[in-house]
Design a binder for this molecule. Structure first.
Ligand SMILES: O=C(CO)COP(=O)(O)O
Length: 266
């Protein structure tokens, strides 16, 4: 049976593109996406760096694609305001036009020391600000070699989803991003990604939050996705989109990735 979850084809630009580049890129990208038309069952998300959020939002609003192309941020702080120099709060992102925010990306966890507990606070802060969190989970290469993939992901989910009700979990997005596949050109095989998504992540959500949330939560794959391999991931019904780094920075490759997200009729 085909699912009815809308696929989320997301570009995480990471620390790339100054605001003027981001604006020009978004204008060009949206022109291409609008010309091609909205693929069946697909939503698109652009996550630029903080200084470019406003420029990208203005381009989305000015385009005719504002109902299916959304804006997201790459991180947030868990307090709403105050003396936290250098941090950005959820309400600021919402006011800047964001609908989504990436939380717990492996680069935040490993380069900036974010713990599972910090990530959990950020997930809650996102919901409080009316944002949809995209919770990133995934194992490192060492954890994978030691056979800990399942245990690591189960633990990441247990901490991050603690205290969230069924409606919240059903409405959020989880991204399976094996750390060893990020920016390496070495993607997980689609079968392996599908197995982890369905048998580890969706199963863990079922245990923690219940069947309804497990069926509705959208779970993306991320890690060296490109215009060529995306079709093999999207051929698998349980994978609800992609979180794309490098290949989201080019109009041609990201346009092809968006098109590949189309849900085929059952
Ligand atoms: O980290 C990623 C998306 O959040 C994946 O990055 P790459 O697509 O560049 O491997």
């Amino acid at each position: 049976m085909a699912t009815h979850r809308t696929r989320l084809m997301a570009g995480n630009w990471k620390m790339n593109k100054v605001p003027s580049e981001a604006r020009a890129f978004t204008r060009q990208l949206l022109g291409r996406l609008e010309a091609a038309g909205r693929p069946e069952g697909v939503e698109v998300l652009l996550c630029p760096p903080f200084p470019a959020l406003t420029a990208v939002h203005e381009e989305i609003v000015a385009s005719g694609a504002g109902d299916w192309v959304q804006l997201g941020a790459q991180n947030l702080y868990f307090e709403t305001h105050g003396a936290f120099t250098g941090e950005v709060a959820g309400p600021m992102l919402a006011d800047a036009g964001c609908r989504y925010v990436i939380v717990g990306h492996s680069e935040r966890r490993h380069l900036f020391g974010e713990s599972d507990e910090t990530v959990a606070r950020k997930v809650k802060a996102a919901f409080s600000a009316g944002l949809v969190p995209i919770l990133c989970v995934g194992e490192t290469i060492d954890q994978r070699r030691q056979g800990q993939t399942e245990a690591v992901i189960r633990r990441q989910l247990e901490v991050a989803l603690e205290g969230l009700d069924e409606a919240a979990v059903a409405g959020m997005v989880i991204a399976y991003e094996p750390v060893w596949a990020i920016g390496t050109g070495e993607n997980a095989t689609p079968e392996e990604a599908h197995r982890v998504i369905q048998q580890v992540i969706r199963q863990r959500v079922r245990e923690l939050t219940g069947q309804a949330a497990a069926e509705r939560v959208r779970i993306q794959y991320g890690g060296s996705v490109n215009a060529t391999n995306i079709a093999d991931f999207m051929a698998l019904d349980g994978i609800d989109g992609a979180l794309v780094g490098g290949a989201s920075l080019k109009v041609d490759s990201f346009t092809a990735i968006v098109a590949a997200g189309r849900r085929k009729a059952a």
